[in-house]
Design a binder for this molecule. Structure first.
Ligand SMILES: O=C(O)CCC(=O)C(=O)O
Ligand SMILES: [Fe+2]
Length: 357
């Protein structure tokens, strides 16, 4: 197997399945196995994912403002693992183009989308998440996954993209890469990690993206758009494409819905950064719910480490009083492990945890 090859089983398009308007949905999609934390009730509605203002974070004219925002970022990363980012600086024309192109792609007839179908050899292409067995429950979603950077990691399907989609993805992911690097440096700063250590791991790191499509479902409570999981990335930047909500994050045993702010990104800490922060920051489980009437579309961009590095806690965070809480592992091996398994909660990063007595 090559660097990042994966297991593979073909599954049908959920978008097409949803068009059949079945009264009873196929059993492979029915989740009676979820031990789900309870949904936020009215008295939990005061719990909201923190909002971080990027402009305040980089405001070098006023150190008080900057430090206040850095403290907010630290709190969000430590206690939520999620935040909404406003004034992020990514040009709105590029964001709008990305939304438009994603919608346009999913509006294409199935035969057109199938030209980009995932091949048995890698994770890239239009299809479904890792499916390892016939018994595995399936998500109520179609997705289109692409490795985008550095360029040598792009798969043949990338060069097959029609021009408007390819150019938009290139422009969008380039801006997201710059933004991610700024956020990673800020997180490093909040933790007291040297900038050069952050850069050595994450600059020109692997970047991939997933365009998620959740069709409406006649039995929305029985299915899961995307089952609870944490992201393997260092940082994930999520763009909500249309108006339909559905993302929920786990907070103290309760699922909290996220209501996307206009012109904001939803940002979350991934497993790679939980490990790098020696467990101070949390990669939090999240899931996507589906609507009974409306489709939902999102674009997740995953910023990961370089592949030629060892992943483990940052050296400045490990001291005699603070032993390492995670094992060290080669990045390629780490990410390959993810691509080859069913996505279930946080079990993979837990396997790397060192338990000190
Ligand atoms: O669609 C969403 O809101 C979440 C997507 C997500 O968690 C992912 O793609 O990893
Ligand atoms: Fe995710």
């Amino acid at each position: 197997m090559g660097e990042l090859e994966v297991n593979y089983k073909e599954v049908p398009s959920v978008q097409e399945l949803a068009k059949k308007k079945l009264v009873t949905i196929p059993s492979q999609y029915v989740r009676d196995d979820q031990d789900s934390p309870s949904i936020a009730s009215n008295d939990c509605n005061n719990k909201e994912v923190p909002v971080i203002d990027m402009q305040r974070l980089v405001n070098s004219n006023d150190h008080d403002i900057m430090n206040l925002e850095l403290n907010k970022l630290h709190f969000a990363a430590q206690h939520w693992g999620f935040f909404q980012l406003i004034n992020h600086g990514v040009s709105s024309s590029v964001v709008e183009k990305m939304k438009h192109e994603t919608q346009k792609f999913y509006d294409l007839p199935l035969e057109e989308k199938k030209k980009f179908e995932r091949s048995p050899r890698d994770a890239d292409g239009f299809g479904h998440l890792v499916v390892v067995s016939d018994e595995q429950k399936l998500d109520w979603a179609d997705l289109f996954y692409l490795k985008t950077a550095p360029p040598h990691l792009r798969m043949p399907v990338f060069s097959k993209l029609y021009l408007s989609l390819r150019e938009t993805i290139e422009e969008y992911t380039e801006e997201i890469k710059e933004l991610s690097m700024k956020i990673l440096e800020m997180l490093g700063k909040a933790l007291g990690i040297e900038k050069k250590e952050v850069k050595s791991l994450f600059e020109e790191g692997m970047q991939s993206m997933r365009m998620n499509y959740y069709p409406p479902c006649s039995q929305p409570d029985k299915v899961m758009g995307l089952c609870p999981h944490s992201d393997p990335s260092a940082l994930t930047i999520l763009l909500q494409v249309n108006e339909t909500q559905g993302l929920q994050v786990e907070k103290d045993g309760i699922w909290i819905p996220i209501l996307p702010l206009p012109n904001a990104f939803i940002v979350n800490i991934g497993d790679t950064f939980e490990i790098f922060s020696n467990g101070i920051y949390k990669s939090i489980e999240h899931r996507s719910m589906v609507s009974s009437e409306k489709e939902r579309i999102s674009v997740a961009t995953f910023q990961s480490s370089r592949l030629d590095v060892l992943l483990g806690p940052a050296s400045s965070l490990v001291t005699a009083h603070n032993p390492p809480r995670f094992k060290i592992m080669g990045a390629t091996e780490f990410y390959r492990g993810y691509l080859n398994r069913e996505l279930v909660g946080k079990s993979y990063v837990e396997a790397m945890r060192i338990n000190h007595q």
